[in-house]
Design a protein around this ligand. Structure first.
Ligand SMILES: Cc1cc2nc3c(=O)[nH]c(=O)nc-3n(C[C@H](O)[C@H](O)[C@H](O)COP(=O)(O)OP(=O)(O)OC[C@H]3O[C@@H](n4cnc5c(N)ncnc54)[C@H](O)[C@@H]3O)c2cc1C
Length: 429
């Protein structure tokens, strides 16, 4: 069993995590959820609330995957852009997706309140533009979202305003989204785990699913030491999905992204860096995303890598990106560095659906999973209990291609594309 990576999040939990047992016998249930991250926990919570008998299986410990490691940034919209969905699929589907993405953001606040989760949630985020061209695109996008979708939370910041809000002179301007926000993801994830358990969900850790057998009477889920007989299953493994041979693996591409966390900022500069405690995501292809922790450390993510073997190189690259944004932090010590896997889809829209009446899945959140995973779990759960819903039908309409190259070659292809994009960033294209 793997423990949490050596992250700031694991080091700053308010209380130690309660451990769950390993599945080593046979159980039966209405729903077996595979994967103990935000998606699996959300599915389990919603299904238990609807009266189902739910068992959740996690191969390591709950929150071990991306849900316990991410930047904690909460954004609405899908990574593809709602305007692109509108052009390709029409206004009605785009409006549906927009509303789903907005409910995803709201659901976080609802759950924090309902389950009294203490996870350092703060409101507000800035999209920062690294070129004049990107700033113009942002401006057009925010006007479009206000006019078309009635989204009133966006404020355009000019170069001077953005430099005051962020404390960096790097940017050409930005968009403040008052509906965005950030939280401590591992505290949130463990809060969801406790909520699920209180609702009667049985969680088993160190219980890796190795095989799924479908029978006319239901589904058999096998771990190395135990077995679950379930009427339905929900596959919530996201980027860590591997080896279950369900035919959905090639719809997503796992990519590694890294975060560095500094020592607490010197008091003298604390008020000049993110004075309103917003999170920031900028327009580099590798996407710098950063924010302050509640203890005033800089949590800065960016470098994307394809092998955890080069941790030292990635640490240096992420630190270089941090120094470029904040030269005033150059002497601050990096106290933690960790990485994790995100799953992207070809079109950057999450892939949420059902393989048949008994197998549901959600993955490919493409960097927007902190918010989207919660609503994905809710959508799956409603499908499991009520049959195909209009939300599931909406996701079904958005077709997902397999990554070209299959399992062996999809990664080298992405590396080549990423290298080209990075070059464009360097030349500010
Ligand atoms: C470093 C990093 C930074 C990020 N920053 C942000 C951000 O700021 N904002 C944002 O919106 N998104 C961000 N993301 C993405 C976000 O974290 C994910 O989209 C989200 O957490 C996915 O949740 P999940 O529950 O679907 O998957 P995960 O949290 O990865 O959970 C899947 C779980 O399934 C388990 N599993 C896999 N296979 C099996 C099996 N066979 N049997 C049992 N269990 C299994 C895994 O162990 C894992 O715990 C980031 C991701 C990373 C890695």
């Amino acid at each position: 069993m793997s423990l949490y990576p050596d992250s700031y999040y694991a080091a700053s939990l308010d209380k130690s995590k309660t451990s769950s047992s390993t599945l080593n016998e046979e159980h039966s249930c209405d729903l077996c959820v595979i994967g103990g991250g935000f998606t699996g926990l959300s599915t389990a919570i919603e299904s238990a609330k609807k009266g189902l008998n739910v068992i959740l299986l996690e191969q390591n410990i709950i929150g071990w995957g991306a849900s316990g490691r991410n930047g904690g940034q909460i954004w609405n919209d899908v990574a593809w852009g709602i305007d692109v969905i509108e052009k390709k699929y029409g206004e009605s589907l785009a409006m549906k997706m927009w509303n789903i993405s907005q409910s995803a953001v709201d659901l976080i606040d609802e759950r924090i309140a309902e389950f009294e989760i203490n996870c350092d949630k703060r409101n507000g985020g800035i999209h920062a533009a690294t070129s004049a061209k990107k700033m113009k695109e942002y401006e057009n996008d925010s006007i479009y979202k206000r006019n078309k979708y009635g989204y009133e939370q966006l404020e355009i910041l000019d170069r001077k305003e953005v430099s005051v809000e962020i404390g960096s002179k790097l940017y050409y301007g930005g968009i403040l989204d008052r509906g965005a926000g950030h939280l401590h993801p591992l505290k949130y994830c463990l809060g969801l785990m406790e909520a699920a358990q209180k609702l009667g969900v049985q969680c088993f850790e160190n219980s890796c699913v190795v095989k799924i057998n479908q029978h006319s009477s239901g589904i058999e889920v096998l771990t190395k030491q135990g077995k679950i007989k379930s009427k339905k299953i929900a596959v919530c493994c996201n980027a860590y999905l591997d080896g279950l041979e369900l035919g959905i693996e090639n719809k997503i591409m796992p990519c590694e992204t890294y975060i560095v966390c500094t020592e607490p900022l010197d008091e003298a500069i604390q008020n000049t860096i993110l004075p309103n405690n917003y999170c920031v995501s900028d327009t580099n292809f590798d996407l710098n995303y950063y924010r302050l922790s509640s203890s005033k450390r800089m949590i800065f993510g960016g470098a994307v890598g394809y092998s955890l073997k080069n941790v030292e190189g990635l640490k240096k690259r992420t630190k270089r990106q941090l120094d470029k944004v904040y030269p005033q932090l150059v002497n601050h010590k990096i106290e933690y560095i960790w990485g994790g896997l995100i799953a992207i889809t070809v079109n950057r829209v999450p892939d949420i659906g059902m393989l048949n009446d008994n197998i549901y899945y959600a993955h490919g959140f493409s960097g927007h999973g902190v918010a989207f995973t919660g609503i994905a779990g809710k959508i799956i759960s409603e499908g499991i209990v009520n049959g195909k819903t209009s939300e599931l039908e909406a996701f079904e309409k958005i077709k997902h291609k397999n990554f070209p190259g299959g399992r062996l070659f999809r990664m080298p292809l992405l590396v080549t594309i990423s290298a080209m994009q990075r070059m464009m960033d360097v030349f500010n294209v």
